[in-house]
Design a protein around this ligand. Structure first.
Ligand SMILES: [Zn+2]
Length: 439
């Protein structure tokens, strides 16, 4: 886009965060503006504030889309853990993690040897994220290098800020889905050189998990990350008890599950570990020291019967760990971030610590941006931030409209949305200032 592009604006109630409410409290971090204008130009937010203050400053003729008082403008939602090739197998019955990989996931991922199929699914996946107001995702592809290439091509065409990587997997998987330590290194490196930092795209080095990578491959992944430290690194960690026991058998020489990754240089800033349900205090301490993150994926955790992640424990004030939110499609059961927050609330309830709606919206936006170390670019509404927005309709179903009439305050209205709302609540999605989806 040329620097001469004209500004555009959206108007309506808005919610955003200037910091971490878990650490600093809602009073100091939450901004709720009942009638706001967000001005966007050249992909960035240029102004944000009360309509009464911003409207007189707009250049004559600036188009302003007014969503009305029943809307809510937020920074676009962020999904810190998702598998695009698992979209065709979402809602597969009856097994827990390790059997589920064998019975459903590996057969589904074998189909991605076909590039045409890969592109069809990648397109469908990105459209579905936009329908749900998700503007940034951290995505697992398959072992095939072209699965990452194709996803990046499609994301680039949409102007999305997105991180992704080809899976590294050289053991305990079907022959046709295995790479080697060397090919994993070579193919990932080529993808990094091609895509990392191109436009808004980022590369995530992606060993599936310690159960499907040899020591040699973990070593290669660590070397690659040392050579390209600005990349993200994503993998799975302590999702189920059976998995934790198996990793202990595979790596008896290591002190803990996290220590396997740490030993190979895979635990530091910009690491995003999926799940982290069954971690010891020493492991949480290490994640804190390393400034690494956990992706909390509650719909998946309940669906596979993996456990209930205790967010209060993870973010404990004396050693807070960065926590983002993930849909974990296809073990996760919804692309809707509102439905994911619904399940995050239930996970917190089972740990006897309710999760307030405002804290939950922070997790879905700025908190998840922070988990990816992107909070200076996306996840909040402020001048200089990238102009990725979701506009919610706060009366999207008859039941929600009825319930909203009874809500006494904004906190209650927000909570109703995250418990009852879903994709129908997403009225519009903006990517880099441009409308990318409209209901
Ligand atoms: Zn996953």
């Amino acid at each position: 886009m040329s620097s001469l592009s004209r500004p555009t604006a959206v108007r309506g109630p808005a919610l955003t965060f200037t910091g971490d409410p878990f650490r600093d409290g809602l009073d100091r971090t939450m901004v709720h503006e009942p009638d706001a204008i967000v001005v966007m130009q050249d992909g960035l937010i240029t102004q944000f504030g009360p309509a009464a203050r911003i409207a007189p400053l707009l250049p004559a003729g600036t188009p302003v889309r007014d969503f009305g008082r029943d809307a809510l403008i937020s920074a676009g939602f962020i999904d810190t853990h998702v598998h695009f090739p698992q979209m065709p197998m979402i809602a597969s019955y009856g097994t827990q993690l390790l059997d589920w990989l064998e019975r459903y996931t590996f057969p589904a991922e074998l189909k991605f040897a076909d590039r045409t199929y890969t592109r069809q699914v990648a397109r469908r996946f990105l459209q579905e994220t936009l329908r749900n107001g998700i503007t940034t995702s951290c995505v697992y592809c398959t072992v095939h290098a072209h699965s990452a290439d194709i996803l990046f091509e499609e994301a680039e065409a949409l102007g999305l800020r997105l991180a992704a990587g080809k899976i590294l997997m050289d053991c305990n998987a079907p022959e046709a889905l295995r790479d080697t330590a060397q090919s994993a290194y070579d193919e990932s490196r080529a993808l990094i050189l091609k895509w990392h930092g191109r436009g808004r795209l980022l590369y995530a080095i992606t060993p599936r998990f310690a159960g499907t990578s040899s020591r040699e491959q973990l070593e290669a992944a660590g070397a690659l990350w040392r050579e390209h430290p600005d990349c993200l690194m994503q993998t799975h960690l302590a999702e189920t008890e059976a998995e934790v026991a198996w990793i202990k058998e595979l790596f008896p020489e290591r002190a803990s599950y996290l220590d396997v990754y740490d030993h190979y240089g895979l635990c530091r800033k910009r690491a995003v570990f999926g799940h982290g349900i069954w971690l010891g205090d020493d492991e949480l301490q290490r994640l804190h020291e390393a400034d690494a993150a956990i992706a909390h994926c509650p719909t998946s955790n309940f669906f596979l019967g993996s456990g209930m992640f205790d967010i209060t424990r993870a973010i404990r004030a004396n050693r807070p760990v960065r926590v983002g939110l993930g849909t974990d499609i296809g073990a996760g059961t919804s692309f809707s971030i509102l439905q994911t927050l619904n399940e995050a609330y239930k996970a917190a309830q089972l740990n006897r610590h309710p999760l307030s709606a405002a804290h939950a919206y922070y997790l879905a936006t700025r908190g998840s941006a922070a988990a990816m170390h992107l909070e200076d670019k996306v996840g909040s509404i402020a001048p200089g931030m990238e102009a990725d927005l979701v506009v919610l309709d706060m009366r999207s179903t008859p039941l929600i409209a009825f319930r909203m009439d009874e809500a006494r305050d904004f906190a209650e209205q927000l909570f109703v949305q995250m418990i009852l709302g879903d994709d129908r609540a997403v009225q519009a999605t903006y990517v880099a200032g441009r409308p990318a989806y409209s209901r």
